[in-house]
Design a protein around this ligand. Sequence first.
Ligand code: SPV
Ligand code: MG
Length: 302
Amino acid sequence: MLKKTSQFKSLLQSGNLEFLMEAHNGLSAKIVEEAGFKGIWGSGLAISAALGVRDNNEASWTQVLDVVEFMSDASSIPIMLDADTGYGNFNNVRRLVKKLEQLGVGAVCIEDKLFPKNNSLLDNARQPLEAIDVFAGKIKAAKDTQQDADFCVVARIEAFIAGWGLGEALKRAEAYHAAGADALLIHSRLSTAEEILAFMDEWKDTCPIVVVPTKYYQTPTPVFQKAGISLVIWANHLLRSGIAAMQKTAALIHEQQSLLGVENEISSVQEVFRLQNNAELKLAEEKYLPPVSVHPETPDGH
Ligand code: SPV
Ligand code: MG
């Protein structure tokens, strides 16, 4: 099996439209892989929400990496971590890249906002942008730090989110591309793909482009393919489906004071065990533990 970094790089450069699906813990990472996706988006929004905090760098970067380690261990497809602004300056980015490579993460995405960031989809949030040369320095530092040649660094442009328009987005795209970014993520919070398509018209195929159509979800997927986009991220849909399912189940059990109404609507305990790969432990026990005695175990274990 290819290294996760190489898997991600070939996904980015496949020439087809490819997809990443959000995950926010080990379990959801496994579910993404089983569904057939070739890569995982380690969403900052989803990870922070699952931890019960806001998407404002309230979870520290090492707390995020603790989650990512479980995600990476639970799956064999690459993760692209949404690392917000890189959690500091170029030096924090260097340390981040070093740790991500140790965890077997395939790629990192950093955005050109200021720490602590606001989520890009928040209404009326302040979205100050990092100076172009400072952010380009972070990209260069990330590329200079990586040990594995296939580790990918994706530069995320927030010019549209911050209301600066196409000219600024293109200026930033050129600078980040020149700094060595393997791909650019161009984000928009409009309900149509208008800003993204205008950007693609100018950028053409200078380097791979990644998009996140959470707000312009009504755009038919072939439109992205036709525009020359490389990677689409479905950014938060397991988190949101999980929330809806958990709210429904909690409300029903609370109301009925019984499990009868939900038992057939939810995953079985057997399915939980399957996802945890209990079958493997059973086999390992047969291999490594002495045969089970017919007598109950004595306190000293014999
Ligand atoms: C995330 O999933 O955390 C993202 C995408 O960064 S967005 O929420 O649209 O900013
Ligand atoms: Mg994010």
